[in-house]
Design a protein around this ligand. Sequence first.
Ligand SMILES: Cc1cc2nc3c(=O)[nH]c(=O)nc-3n(C[C@H](O)[C@H](O)[C@H](O)COP(=O)(O)OP(=O)(O)OC[C@H]3O[C@@H](n4cnc5c(N)ncnc54)[C@H](O)[C@@H]3O)c2cc1C
Length: 412
Amino acid sequence: MSDSYVIIGDGIAGASAAETLRQEAPDADITVITDEGESLYNRILIKEYAKGKLPEAPISIHDESWYDDHDVDLRLDTVVVDVDVESDEIRTHEGETIGYDKLLLGIGGTPQQLPVENADAKGIHHFWTFQDARKIKESVEDADRGAIVGAGLLGIDFAAICGAQDVEAKYLMRGDSWWRYALSNEGAEIMHEAMRERGVEPVFDSGVDRFEVDDDGHVEAAVDPNGERYECDFAGVAIGLDLNTELVEGTPIEVDDGIVVDEYMRTNVDNVFAAGDITRFYDVLLGEQAQNGAWGSAKEQGTIAARNMIDYESERFEWVSSYSITHFDFPFLSFGHPTLGDDSVEATTAEGEWRRVALKDGKVVGGVLIGDLSPQSAFKKLMREGRDVRGQTDLLMEPGFSVDDLAAPTEQ
Ligand SMILES: Cc1cc2nc3c(=O)[nH]c(=O)nc-3n(C[C@H](O)[C@H](O)[C@H](O)COP(=O)(O)OP(=O)(O)OC[C@H]3O[C@@H](n4cnc5c(N)ncnc54)[C@H](O)[C@@H]3O)c2cc1C
């Protein structure tokens, strides 16, 4: 009998696992279950749709015929409500039970709600699915003024959407700069200026204390903790993700702010694997458990999980992640784990060009590049090689830096 694989989630992690399983286990029974009403699409392009820059069609990656052609049983609009690792079965919201030999959890996260008054009013949006993007586009096209909360990588997408749709917006940030865990004020100021050029004004030491609504329950203002009132008929909230670990609560599967997996993407239950945003994985480059919310990393984890579901310990997940922002006239890239480390070096290398490298025990663990992405492959190589750069960190800040500029590594 052929093995049966059940994959929960048809995001990039689940879908790349299905693709790899079909290629490398041609006889396997594969079922993919998603609570969304559409099959795999490019989540990182839905912001371009909301900006009005891209039609719907190119955002789809797998249409439903892909699943027929690859003999994958796709269940749309189906919520998995229970995982039973004793009987190797999952149960759907319709009460159907589906047995598996191997299970993959590619279930990602759900945007967090702001715990403030009127946070669910009309005109206030969170951003994760294509359906969210359709609603955002419709709402922002009719809006005049916006308020944005969440000074991170998804919040800035809301800023770019407001900018592209000619909505004057206030970007209400808790600290004194955008993404302050990864950038210093100097680097962040390049981003602030780009926002201002698009009609989005950063407001520091702010945030949202409550929203005010009109008689129809539509947002009309955001009030910050200082009592400042910002009128808005559109609001975007991107304050983080709640990982969808609830599904495995009460099972023996280990959870620690994410589903804990080893470098082979296997959980502590032998035939249950996880991949993508949902995981707290063993990062072999970092030498500790880590998390990552990025498309490329989720895709690779799906592929690696599939290989290890077929043949455990056949391939480790070893990956330097990157995340780019393409909203402005200059490139922006973060790589690795830019918010980790015990030290960092940074420099403005030319006008509008800035870089920061995060270090842990003398080794590069991540960083941010603005304006000039040319050292990206050198920094990633240093990470993959685990090179100790102590005493030479100034060289990392040189324009045109190459790994060959460093002294040859000594035997450890
Ligand atoms: C607007 C936006 C812009 C982004 N931009 C970038 C970018 O520029 N670069 C980058 O690297 N990353 C970006 N990301 C992040 C990137 O898209 C994610 O890291 C990646 O898509 C995660 O993939 P995943 O498969 O792990 O999870 P997801 O894509 O979240 O997929 C999980 C799926 O599982 C489903 N699911 C969950 N629970 C259940 C259940 N119980 N039953 C059935 N189905 C369930 C969910 O509905 C979802 O469809 C962006 C994300 C968003 C939202």
